[in-house]
Design a protein around this ligand. Sequence first.
Ligand SMILES: [Zn+2]
Length: 429
Amino acid sequence: MSLTALADLVSLCKRRGFIYPGSAIYGGYKGFWDYGPLGVALKRNLKDAWWQTMVTDRDDVVGLDAAIIMNPEVWRASGHLDSFTDPLVECKHCHQRFRADEPTQLAKHEATHDQPPAWTEPKKFNLLTEVLLGATEPKSKAYLRGEITQGVFVNFAHVVASTRIKIPFGIAQIGKAFRNEITPGNFTFRSLEFEQMELEYFVPPDDSAAPKIFTQLQAQRLDWYVKLGLQASHLRFREHQADERAHYARLATDIEYHTSFGWKECEGIHHRGDWDLSHHHLTYHDPETNATYTPYVLETSVGVDRAALFFLLDAYELTADRVILKLHPRLAPYQVAVFPLLKNKPELVKTARQVKDRLKANFRTAWDDRGNIGKRYYAQDEIGTLYGITIDFTTLQDETVTVRHRDTTAQVRVSLAKLVDYLNHQFKA
Ligand SMILES: [Zn+2]
């Protein structure tokens, strides 16, 4: 199957209410996006699936939700004020700014001028977003967090003391982060405001054991995407070379997804060593051995918006007569949709409402009574709803309904009494 063109997905996302351009009625705002009714549902399902795997299903991981704005000293200690930078160059002809490490973008821009290219020397551009706080002038400068990670480290001692959890253990968090990107682009792939889901896993500072746990984490994380329906052939690991690793990383591997605009990072897995905890002057005391040491940190960091984008791209399929979003049942905004065959027949509508009420206790259930049944099926196919359930005149006689499958369009009659079991069985298969 060919790779989904980004433009096709952008159009579907806007038309059906997954993702809208930010501030659109004021001309938009570059690098910001808003999630519509279906997009917020997809993103929530994605975050729930991650939390289930990374926190709820494990005994060795606890959750956290730290503040977005922290004491600026956090960013000084973590190295972000000095090192959280991209190389920036400016076009001497028109003063537009670009990342020096993106040759394709530079070449594209050079082609817009008749004169020979002229760039300034690259300079370090800090990605932290500044905010001004306080009621007195001058206001004091703080930062929107550039990664959610630091909130975990500054709470490390609190978590250990209040939960008595023992190493090895992890702290997981989901939340927004902000980067003053020079060149946002590729839809939601690179934006200035985005959401992350991260696990920071604390292990003893053992240079033979830590890389092994790092390798296990890689495999577990790749498997998570495949289980949720991403095609394995569209995923790969890419190891960072020493010169491209972030300032804190000893080892770094990306999980990349194959898009129509290239292989792109979806998740970063980093061996942060003792960089963060030692810079925050934090240690761990092992109550059994009485040893005190600075743990190593192994991190997995998912871009929620990127992951949502890649799941959408992977699910998108255009056939001769319809668009199908083949989302996994765990992720689809709706799992089933209920239709009364005709909306002007009260007995059909009443029965259909009863069916919907019964289903909604078990599944994310949509209701649609507009237009003809064929159009309703197609409308649900392109938002990923797995089953369409039609209540017709036969239902009133024998208490069966038509169940139609999104991907195959196959239709079967199922008795109302067995409907929940039938659907549960399908979703497990
Ligand atoms: Zn220029």
